[in-house]
Design a protein around this ligand. Sequence first.
Ligand code: EPZ
Length: 435
Amino acid sequence: MEKITIEGGRRLHGRVSVNGAKNAALPIMAACILAHGPSRIKGIPDIADVRVMMDLLRCLGMTVERSKDGSMELEVTRPGETVTLYKFVEKMRASICVLGPLLGRWGRAEVARPGGCVIGDRPIDLHLKGLQALGATITQDKGNIIAEGGDLYGTEIHLAGSFGPTVLGTANVMMAACLAKGTTIIKSAACEPEIQDLAHFLNLAGAKVSGIGTSCLTIGGVERLCGIDYEIIPDRIEAGTFMVASAITRGNILIENARMEHLEAVTEKLREIGVTVTEEDGGCRVKGTGDLTAACTSALPYPGFPTDMQPQFTSLLSIAKGTSVITEKVFPERIAHVAELNRMGASIRKEGNTIIVKGVDYLSGAEVKAADLRAGASLVIAGLAAEGTTEVRGLQHLDRGYERLEERLAHLGAKIKRVVDQPLLHMPKPVGVMP
Ligand code: EPZ
């Protein structure tokens, strides 16, 4: 096992570029199931979730290889494979995004139903509702979702639940609709930049998706899609994570390829609490200057403040002057970071889906453990600002979405490294306890 150790108090400086967006790469890799011939995709990050998706697609009859320049070539070479094993879904619930392309291409899909995770029970009812509306028959057997449809037929689908639109649900229905007969209209569709990127990929491959970037997508069914060359958009959540890291350390960094149009809500909040954010050289410069002031925000579907930035912002607001209120409207249970931040001296409490952060003067280094991906990022960020040494465990979560995060932070001046975590050789006998 490994852990990250951080000596806090170092101001970040210099420049960093962000990798391709994890949440665009995963559905775009799955979309290659729909295409005849090879696709060559640049910008796919080398992270654990991508490696799981590569193995999953290989089991689904695809040749998936990463070339020396880092680009990835994907091609269906064993047509007709439609069964996704639980071992992949267990590792990465986003495996569910092969459901739509398998159904669209082969008329059948068998995908292990994903379980929940620490941020919520992660239902897929909207995915299934959308695919059924296209004409698929959905059954469940031994924990597997079985979708069978033969030909799919375009229709109008309302795809939002009580927590708003579904990102991967929109991806699944949009991909299945590409090869359906007739036109599909998806209302209340997700419009995250990652969904827009997927739609652009599909159109270049021969699909007819319009309304991109809006909550109403229209997909005209076509006969076939063909493999293409493509480049994934930069990861706005990784960019936001570096922005917060600069802010909390009162640093001054340039994020070279941050797409400001994808970061408007994050930028607005950073400026509101006293951080300087300016566009520069095609990216953005983030300066943490004077004292931070408390703020209120809600984690919302795009273009609102992203839920995937809520844990990182909670760390930042924990040392802002005043009391901040964050309402988590996408994943109300996304609080795994709160208890760990309180171990570092933060003063945070949770009331329903609201996180109340009473700013403290400083955080103190401690041993903490990540329970999910963005909680891990929030603990690293807190460690950068904390007095003393912080040790972050649970790196398997962090590595799902960030490539060599500690190396890139060290490059920006942080005193941070990944080390082997010496396991306890024996548990010391409790003193004074009868055997
Ligand atoms: C995607 O998850 C992202 N993952 C998540 O990023 C992100 O937090 C989330 O969208 C919201 O932006 C990937 O793209 C791989 P949803 P997804 O379906 O699509 C409810 C990260 O850290 N819902 O948009 O699974 C659901 O419970 C990860 O990178 C239903 O009720 O999320 C939630 O409350 C974490 N029924 C809300 O909708 C459904 O059928 C949004 O979920 C589907 C979802």
